[in-house]
Design a protein around this ligand. Structure first.
Ligand code: ZN
Length: 436
């Protein structure tokens, strides 16, 4: 019986929506053929190295799991009527379920049949990464319709040695010091969590590749959640001291306002630029401390012995909201139709604005004394008045351009215009700080 799906392909330079529509339905489990197919298709979008870590490889305190392949999971009546099959939707079987084939009673079945507590039309996402068990997932209506005493369950799944794969795209800069974008790809048949962050990360990198020069090196890592970060970092420890900061990306198509979750230190250059970009963007947004918004691979990067200040950017509802982090989270309803038009593009542009700040930031030192005679140097004083004043009086040889914008409330673009005007007349010297 044919159980392989033709691997998807993407046109060169596919749009974010094209990437999502082509790859979202794949059964992208942690170590799986569906995940590999998705990563292989994405590797055609930009130069990418695929690192492979075999099953059993130690990664700090973690171990690479076995590959899981499910040919089909099926629930049927004893007379052969199929009630659900993973061929309709991979979410009908809990990821990493153990194989099972047999007849069970309704009472035995019900505890293993998962529904969503709030969305009766949704098939929930369940997984057994750290225990050996099996489960099926369905809508509330299907569960309510089960009136027979006995059912047949088939979970035609197998565990085998495989390789966990991490995609890494690198854009070299003048410095080896780098910033890391990170997104996970291991959520089967869902979009906002997690393919949206992958698509934004790839589109950001493609646009950064076109810059005539880059001060810093940029990396995008695409991986299975948590274990992928452990595998990548534990096998690239020499790179860790070059990682000046990072940004984890996900849930960027929901249409909710952006939420910045700060890194563990909370005041790294990535934190400061991201907060400033959100402020200047002007649209609804929120900023939360580390571990208070949404938990993902930024945990591994910020953890003891690594300490890369990785923040995260998402579009979640506030913690405590009944639909947190977003209405369709971890269900079959997290599908392309729920993407809010323009949301991914706005998130991509926000990340590009953050990079623009990282690249420009420097410490200006005045080479003049006294209040500047602005008219002598051609500044548009009528338009820039207070911003010029604020920039002028912030020039202490210690405060960076980004921090001047943050402290004065002037938009970064205006601060930059003032500083570039001064630099054009040789009025300031620029020092490039070590970003921390
Ligand atoms: Zn998730």
């Amino acid at each position: 019986m044919a159980d392989t799906i033709t691997p998807p392909t993407l046109p060169p330079n596919a749009s974010m929506i094209q990437m999502i529509e082509a790859l979202w339905r794949l059964p992208r489990d942690l170590v799986s053929e569906g995940y590999d197919d998705a990563l292989r298709a994405l590797a055609g979008q930009l130069p990418m190295t695929i690192h492979e870590y075999p099953t059993g490889t130690p990664c700090f305190t973690w171990t690479v799991p076995e590959k899981w392949h499910c040919r089909e999971a099926r629930l049927e009546t004893l007379d052969g009527r199929v009630l659900l099959t993973s061929r309709d939707n991979p979410l009908h079987v809990a990821s990493y379920s153990t194989p099972f084939r047999g007849e069970i009673t309704r009472e035995e079945l019900l505890p293993r049949l998962h529904v969503h507590p709030r969305l009766p039309d949704a098939v929930p996402f369940r997984f057994f990464y750290y225990t050996r068990d099996w489960g099926l997932c369905c809508t509330q209506a299907l569960k309510d319709s089960l009136a027979e005493a006995r059912y047949r369950v088939v979970i035609d799944a197998a565990f085998s040695p495989g390789t966990l794969k991490v995609g890494e795209a690198v854009l070299p800069g003048q410095s080896d010091d780098c910033f890391v974008f990170c997104a996970h790809l291991c959520h089967p048949a869902m979009v906002n969590d997690d393919l949206s962050g992958v698509a934004v990360g790839i589109d950001v990198m493609r646009r950064l590749a076109r810059l005539p020069r880059r001060r810093y090196t940029y990396r995008l890592v695409i991986l299975p959640e948590t274990i992928g970060s452990a595998a990548y970092l534990s096998h690239n420890e020499a790179l860790i001291p070059t990682m000046r900061g990072g940004l984890f990306l996900e849930m960027l198509g929901t249409g909710h306002g952006h939420v910045l979750q700060k890194s563990a230190p909370g005041d790294s250059i990535m934190d400061r630029c991201a907060a400033l970009a959100l402020r200047d963007d002007g649209r609804e947004h929120a900023v939360g401390d580390f571990l208070t918004v949404i938990l993902n691979d930024e945990r591994m990067f910020n953890a003891p012995g690594i300490r890369v200040p990785m923040a995260s950017l998402s579009r979640t509802l506030p913690q405590g909201h009944p639909e947190y982090p977003f209405n369709e989270y971890h269900t079959s309803l997290d599908c392309p139709e729920r993407l809010v038009p323009g949301s991914l593009e706005a998130s991509r542009d926000l990340v590009l604005a953050i990079v623009d700040m990282l690249e420009y930031d420097h410490v200006p030192t005045p080479l003049f004394k006294g209040e500047l005679c602005f008219s002598r140097y051609g500044f548009d004083y009528a338009r820039l008045k207070m911003s010029l004043m604020q920039v002028l009086f912030s020039l202490d040889g210690q405060t960076s351009a980004v921090d001047i914008a943050r402290k004065t409330g002037s938009p970064f673009a205006v601060v930059r215009e003032c500083l570039e005007g001064m630099a054009a007349h040789g009025l300031i010297d620029k020092a490039w700080p070590t970003p921390v």
